[in-house]
Design a protein around this ligand. Structure first.
Ligand code: 2F8
Ligand code: CA
Length: 329
């Protein structure tokens, strides 16, 4: 049996570049009845089955190996990726741990921001309310402005009316002033008429009373005083002319005297005596102080030069003078 076995080459499969073939390729030369054929058929079947199994195994290896290797490579790649991700996760975890404080602080800041945000919202609501109010006021102002515009349109007309009113007012003021003047004049006229009706004459702001009863100079002055007046003074040519004409050629005492003054002439109503201006009113040759007893003066002639000094005890008509003082309205 050993010889037979050594003469028959062993059958086996070879794998060459993924080609599977049965070796040897050619069947061995028949050398009578092989020993193996003499084996039981069960053994042969087993061998065939084994061979087939082996063949299948090799075939599976040939097929699965590349797939397995690829899968293995993928697994390795995935494992590496997984490892990288795990590393990243570890890194992230450590960073998360490191940043936990920051996150907490950020949380606090977020809360503060939320609070501020709420405040801002509240302020915005208030602002919105204020804006609405402002809008309402703007609308009111706009309406008012329109009314002002309407009024502005009337301004030229109003200005013309105002000018007319101003002119009328000026005229009214003028008329009022005239009316006041007329009122004063009427009042004065009334006063004058009232005084004149009592026997007084009016001339240039003064009332004059020409007596009808002769008196001594002193009695005449007393009479005038009782009528709120004095014996008259004479301070102008026109007054002198008025007096001598009204005297009508009759001698009348006037208020000039030097009694009790040691020879100095003075007016009894305290009007300052102008000696120079008065020179033209004396009768030529007067005052002569006849018999050294003539200390009072009268209007004796019916001319500008009409004054004569005479004794104060002589009785003559006389002239009282009272200034016109307008009474209060
Ligand atoms: O001639 C002037 C002279 O005339 C009279 O005297 C006579 C007068 N006397 C009286 O009037 C009282 C004087 O005064 C006057 O100077
Ligand atoms: Ca005389």
């Amino acid at each position: 049996m050993k010889t037979a076995e050594s003469e028959v080459p062993d059958a086996h499969f070879t794998v060459d570049k993924q080609n599977i073939s049965l070796w040897p390729r050619e069947p061995p030369p028949t050398m009578g009845s092989p020993l193996i054929l003499r084996k039981p058929r069960v053994v042969q079947a087993a061998v065939v089955i084994l061979t087939l199994v082996l063949l299948a195994s090799v075939l599976l290896q040939a097929i699965l190996y590349p797939w397995f290797m690829g899968t293995l490579s993928d697994v390795k790649t995935n494992a590496q990726m997984l490892k990288g991700r795990v590393d990243n996760i570890s890194t992230l975890s450590s960073e998360i741990k490191r940043n936990r404080g920051g996150v907490e602080a950020a949380g606090i800041q977020v809360q503060a921001l939320n609070t501020s945000l709420n405040r801002v919202r509240s302020q915005m609501r208030r602002l919105e309310f204020g804006v609405k109010q402002a809008d309402a006021q703007i609308q009111t102002l706009t309406r008012s402005w329109e009314e002002v515009d309407n009024l502005n349109a009337h301004i030229p007309e109003l200005k013309r009316d105002l000018d007319k009113a101003s002119a009328l007012n000026a005229k009214i003021q003028g008329l009022q002033s005239n009316l006041e003047s007329i009122g004063k004049a009427l009042k004065k006229q009334n006063d004058i008429l009232q005084t004149v009706s009592q026997g007084w004459k009016y001339f240039s702001g003064n009332f004059y009373y020409f007596s009808r009863v002769p008196k001594t100079w002193y009695s005449a002055q007393q009479f005038c005083r009782s009528r709120n007046s004095h014996l008259t003074s004479v301070t102008s040519v026109s007054e002198q002319e008025f007096l001598y004409r009204m005297a009508g050629g009759l001698t009348h005492w006037i208020g000039l005297t030097k009694a009790g003054s040691e020879g100095h002439w003075y007016w009894v109503d305290d009007t300052p005596f102008d000696k120079v201006q008065s020179m033209r009113f004396w009768i030529p040759g007067e005052p002569n102080n006849a018999r050294n007893n003539e200390h009072c003066v009268n209007i004796k002639a019916s001319s500008l030069q009409s004054w004569n000094d005479a004794s104060c005890d002589n009785t003559f008509l006389f002239i009282c003078k009272r200034p016109y003082i307008p009474s209060e309205p």
